[in-house]
Each structure stands twice: as C-alpha cells, then as structure tokens.
Design a binder for this molecule. Structure first.
Ligand SMILES: Nc1nc2c(ncn2[C@@H]2O[C@@H]3COP(=O)(O)O[C@H]4[C@@H](O)[C@H](n5cnc6c(=O)[nH]c(N)nc65)O[C@@H]4COP(=O)(O)O[C@H]3[C@H]2O)c(=O)[nH]1
Length: 619
C-alpha cells in the first residue's frame, strides 16, 4: 500500500509550519531495488568466499595426501634412501637407511650433519678411516655423476651403494642389501671351483692356483712340487662295501691330505680316486719326498667306514717346477707319468719324474696298440709246460702259457705284455680266448691230464668268471676236474671278499684252484687257511736259490711243511738242476715244474708227442 511521507517544519522566524508531502511509492521502489542488490552482492561474495575456501581446503588436503603417499612410498622402499642438501644436512632419509646401517636416530634425523654421520660410521670400522667423509666411496666406480660401490659391513652384510651427486651440491644415496645375492654368487663360484664330494679344489681351481704358484716361484726363483696320487684298493672297497663307503673313503682321504698341506698349498681331487697336491714352499726336492712319505704313512692308517675298518695305500708321482716343466699341462702330465711309473714299481711307491719315463710311456702306448690288433690278427698261441711227480717224474699235468709273436717285435714275454693287457682291459677277451684254447686242446689229449690256466686278478674282478668257466667247460667238453686255475696273491690282497665268493663259486663247478708264485707277495698264511686252494706253487726264485742260500732252503722247507699241514699239494716252480730236484724230493715236495724236466712247448707239438707216447704204449 503506497502511502505518503509528510514532513513538518516550523520556520524559526515566521509562524509558519511548512509541510512537505512526498509520495512513498517511488521511495519504496528505490529501497527495494537497493536492498535486492545488496542481498544479491552479499550472497555472491559469500558464495565466492565459500568456494575459494573449499578449493583451498581441498588443495591442501590433496597436497597432504600426496605427501603422505610419498612418505609411505619412501618408507616402504626396499632400499635405504638418504638425501643430503647443498649445505650438507640430511633433508630426507627412510627408516630402511637407518636400519641397514644401524644408525643412531639423532645423527641420522632430517637436519643432521651428514659429514658427522659419515665420521661416526668410519669410527665404527664401516670403511677405511682414511676414507672417512664423502670420499669414503673413492674406491668405487663412477658413471655419469653416479658412484657405485659394494661394501661389506663389519657384521658381514653386503651393501650395494649408489650415490648421485646433485648439480647444485648435495647427494642422493641408495643402499641395497645384496648379502643373499652375494652369497649365492659366492656359492656358484665355489661350486664351479670345488669338488662336490670332498670340497677340495677341482681341476679348474687347481690349474688356476698352479698357474699363480708357478708365477710366484718364478718371481722368487723358488721351486714347487706337484704330487699326483691315487688310492690302491679303492675299487674293491667301492665294489664290496658299496658306493656310500667309497664316497666316505674319499672324503676321509681328502681330510687327511688337507691336514698335511700348508695353507699356501693346494689339494685337489681330479678324478675318481686321484688327488693332486701342489706344494709351494719347497727349498729342495727332498721336501717333496718328505711330504710324500707323510702322505704314505697317513693314508696307510686304517679308515673307519661306517664301522668297517679298511686299510688302503697310495702311489705317488712327483714333478718339480721349473725342472720338469714350465706349463701347468706339462707339470700335471709329468707328475701323472711319474705316478704311472710308481704304480708299475709296486704299491706304496713314490717316483720323481724322469725324462725317459715319457719315452717308456710312449713305448707302452705302442705296445698297447699292437696288443689290441694281435688278437684279431691271430698272433697269440698257447704253449704247455709239463708238471711232474717229484718222486716218479711222471707227468701229472700241463700249465698253459700264453705266447705272443709279433712280426716286428718278435716273441714278446708275457711278463711284459700281460700287465699292459690288464691295464687296458684287453686281458678280459684275451683271458677268455686263452681259457677256450687251453680247454679245447686239453679235451683233445689222449690222456686225461689236468690243464692249469693262469687267471689275472682283473678277470676275477670284472668278468663273470664262474659263468664263463662253466660255459667254456660245456663248450669244449673238458671235465671240470681236469681244469686247474692259478691265481696270484695280489688278487687276495686287492679284494679278498670278492675273491673268496668267486673262488667258492668256481670250486662248486668242480675245478681246482692253485696259489701261484707263493712267497713273492705278502705270503700271508691266513690266505691259505681262508681260501679254498688245492695247491700251492713255490715261486721259482726260491727254488733257484736253493743251492746258494741257506735262507732260501729254510723257506722252501717251511713252505712245504706248512702246505702239507694244511692238506695242500705243493709244486716247486723253475726246477733247473738235479740238485734242486734232490733237495725237493728229500723235503717231500709233491710236484715239480721246470726246464730240467720239460720246457713249454707249442700245443701242436705237445699233441703230437702225447699221441706218439700213447701209440708207443699201445704197440
Ligand atoms: N727261468 C725259468 N723259467 C721257467 C722255468 N720253468 C718254467 N718257467 C717259466 O716260469 C713261468 C711260469 O709261469 P707263471 O709263474 O705262471 O708266470 C707267468 C704268468 O704269471 C704269466 N702268464 C703266462 N701266461 C698267462 C696267461 O695265459 N694268463 C695270465 N693271466 N698270465 C699268464 O706270465 C708269467 C711268465 O710266463 P712265462 O714267460 O711263460 O714263464 C713261465 C715259464 O716259462 C725254469 O726252469 N726256469
């Protein structure tokens, strides 16, 4: 409702009251317009303030949130992280950094002096005192402003450290714990350089160490020795007691060798039962001989293999630097050649390398070649030597002896080629051939004489001998009781358990067993009691000394008495004179064999003379 606004005013000097009236409608309209504008502007400003405030709060929240994310990320890094500003103050670091370096919180807190922290670390032996401060990474590699270093902490932890130097000063360092990786690498390296069974050096490490040792000896003008050794009787132990016992024997041997070597020496296992020892501190060759002697003694002490007491021994070959070779290959090869020579000379022998050994080895190689071809070329034959009753001088049996005649070499003694055939394994087909020949010939004799065949220990150990013998007897038709098998003591020493089982199986076939060359080996009386022998053959060296040596006479007498007391027939080998025969007769020897009564003759010649004899007897 629009009213009017009236204003009254009395004039001071006049009795007049002035009344002014004004229509309110326009006033109201102006007021309403103003009020509306004021309210609108006020609301707009308030809204704006609210919006800005809201945005600011949201922004701040976001900043805080991303800072939290960053802090969380840095805290949860697998690596230790530290940032140092241009003033040398720590501006950021995570707890992994503190934990990895075992840092005190006050020294490593943000704002702390980094140089002081480094000095603290140095004082604790974390790195060289001389390298304290920022230069503690001096030995590290540097690449494009980033320094790398790997550090082993006093507690054994391995740290990989990267330091990025910032252009305006300061640095960012990351610390990674690489202990496990490093251990794995070390393990791989160890496995690649050591023998898995004994943990001794393997051939690779041996060659590395030998190269270093040779260089050191060359610089100092000194010498070194390479001792090559292998274990005698390892194979029988492995075969009879099993591989676990064989492994244990190798481990214990390794420990004994290791115990004898000095810290600068190297002990390696280079093959099944082959070991090499590099002796570095050597003033004269006698030092190597003395070490070899100590090894011999140590290895010959009994081993306890899971309750089994086992005794073995070793042969040793020695090559010296610089005398016997200037390269790793030459030294190892020559020590091996010397070992071969040592083994040839008998068990428990040490040999130093000599130049002519190589020639002999070469010659042996050629002999082996010819020997391999000889069987196919038919160069072998069999001769038979008679054995006689000592009193009546009647022939009782024949010993089959292998003969080899080569077009270039002529007649080769079995004493020379049998050991080579044994070593290269040819004795197996050759022994089988010999057995077949001897039995075939004996089966054709007009009189049922016994035939004696020599067997090598290798045939005992590797061939299925009882089955082979049974097969040959069946093939040739020779009665089992007409076959006598001669073995030497070496076999019994090498593998007495295995030999005993084979001998019993052979006896079960009905064949007879003789112990050959008695007196030349260990001649243990226990063998005679333990093994099922029928006969004992006294070695010819004793028989041939009868006339000259009272000691030999006493030994022959004692062997005869002992053999008889054990119910064994006794044969004397190598009887060449009537005096020897008379002595043997006086001492009740059963049988003799020797040039005096009959030399070995080829099979055909023997067959002819036997037939002639039978013909003459029938005529
Ligand atoms: N000085 C002298 N020697 C005599 C006399 N009587 C016989 N001998 C020789 O003494 C050796 C006897 O054979 P052994 O002791 O078994 O010794 C044999 C035997 O161990 C081995 N051998 C021979 N044939 C074979 C074979 O077929 N297989 C195996 N594994 N070894 C064999 O070779 C060794 C040597 O054989 P051989 O040279 O044939 O030598 C034979 C024989 O010819 C004598 O009065 N004086």
């Amino acid at each position: 409702m629009a009213g009017r606004l009236i204003s009254f005013r009395r004039l001071r000097n006049y009795p007049i009251t002035v009344a002014v009236g004004m229509d309110m409608a326009p006033l109201h309209a102006a007021y309403r317009t103003l009020r509306f504008s004021a309210v609108a502007i006020g609301s707009g400003v308030s809204l704006l303030v609210l919006a800005v405030g809201f945005l600011l709060i949201r922004h701040k929240r976001r900043v805080l949130a991303s800072r939290e994310v960053l802090r969380h990320a840095v805290e949860n890094l697998d690596q230790g992280l530290v940032m140092v500003d241009r003033n040398g103050r720590i501006s950021l670091r995570n707890s992994r950094y503190v934990a990895l370096l075992d840092l005190p919180p006050d020294l490593s807190a943000p704002g702390a002096d980094y140089a002081q922290l480094v000095r603290w670390l140095a004082a604790r032996g974390e790195f060289d005192q001389s390298g304290a401060g920022k230069s503690h990474l001096a030995s590290s590699a540097e690449e494009g402003g980033v320094r790398f270093a790997e550090r082993i902490r006093p507690n054994g932890t391995a740290l990989e450290i990267r330091m990025r130097m910032l252009s305006g000063g300061g640095l960012i360092g990351t610390y990674t714990d690489v202990t496990d990786r490093r251990r794995a690498q070390e393990e791989i390296h160890h496995l690649a350089h050591h023998d898995g069974l004994t943990d001794l050096a393997n051939r690779t490490l041996l060659e590395e160490r030998l190269t270093q040792a040779m260089a050191a000896a060359e610089r100092s003008g000194g010498q070194l020795a390479v001792l090559c050794l292998d274990l005698n009787r390892f194979k029988p132990v492995n075969d009879t007691l099993g591989h676990a016992a064989g492994d244990e024997l190798l481990r214990q041997t390794a420990r004994r060798l290791h115990g004898l070597a000095r810290a600068s020496d190297t002990v390696a296992r280079v093959g099944g039962d082959e070991f090499v020892l590099v002796q570095t501190t050597l003033s004269q060759p006698g030092d190597a001989a003395a070490l070899a002697e100590r090894i011999m003694v140590e290895i010959s002490l009994p081993f306890d293999l899971n309750g089994h007491a086992v005794t073995i021994d070793t042969s040793i070959g020695i090559a010296l630097f610089p005398h016997d070779g200037h390269t790793v290959e030459a030294l190892l090869k020559n020590a091996d050649t010397a070992l071969y020579r040592a083994k040839e000379a008998g068990r428990g022998v040490t040999c130093f390398f000599e130049a002519e050994m190589e020639e002999r080895l070469l010659e042996r190689g050629l002999l082996e070649q010819d020997l391999r071809a000889a069987l196919a070329k038919g160069e072998f034959s069999v001769s038979f030597q008679p054995l006689h009753n000592c009193g009546t001088r009647d022939v009782t049996s024949f010993e089959a002896l292998l003969r080899w005649e080569n077009p270039e070499r002529g007649k080769v003694s079995p004493a020379d080629f049998i050991p080579v055939a044994e070593e290269c394994g040819l004795i197996l087909p050759l022994g089988r051939w010999m057995l077949e020949q001897a039995c075939t010939v004996a089966a054709s004799w007009p009189h049922p004489y016994t035939v004696a065949v020599n067997l090598s220990p290798v045939q005992f150990q590797r061939g299925n001998l009882p089955a082979q013998v049974a097969e040959v007897l069946a093939q040739t038709g020779l009665p089992a009781n007409q076959l006598e098998l001669e073995v030497t003591e070496g076999l019994l020493i090498e593998d007495s358990e295995g030999a005993l089982a084979t001998m019993r199986a052979l006896k079960a076939l009905g064949v007879r067993l003789a112990l050959d060359d008695f007196g030349t080996g260990y001649s243990s009386l226990s063998y005679l009691r333990r093994f099922p022998f029928d006969k004992l053959k006294i070695d010819k060296s004793f028989i041939q000394a009868i006339e000259l040596d009272a000691g030999a006479r006493a030994i022959v007498d004692a062997i005869l008495a002992m053999g008889h007391s054990l119910n064994l027939r006794v044969t004397a080998e190598g009887v060449e004179t009537e005096e020897q025969l008379a002595f043997l007769l006086r001492h009740d020897c059963d049988e003799v064999q020797g040039f005096l009564l009959g030399r070995p003759v080829p099979a055909e010649q023997l067959c002819r003379s036997l037939r002639k004899k039978v013909g003459a007897a029938m005529a």
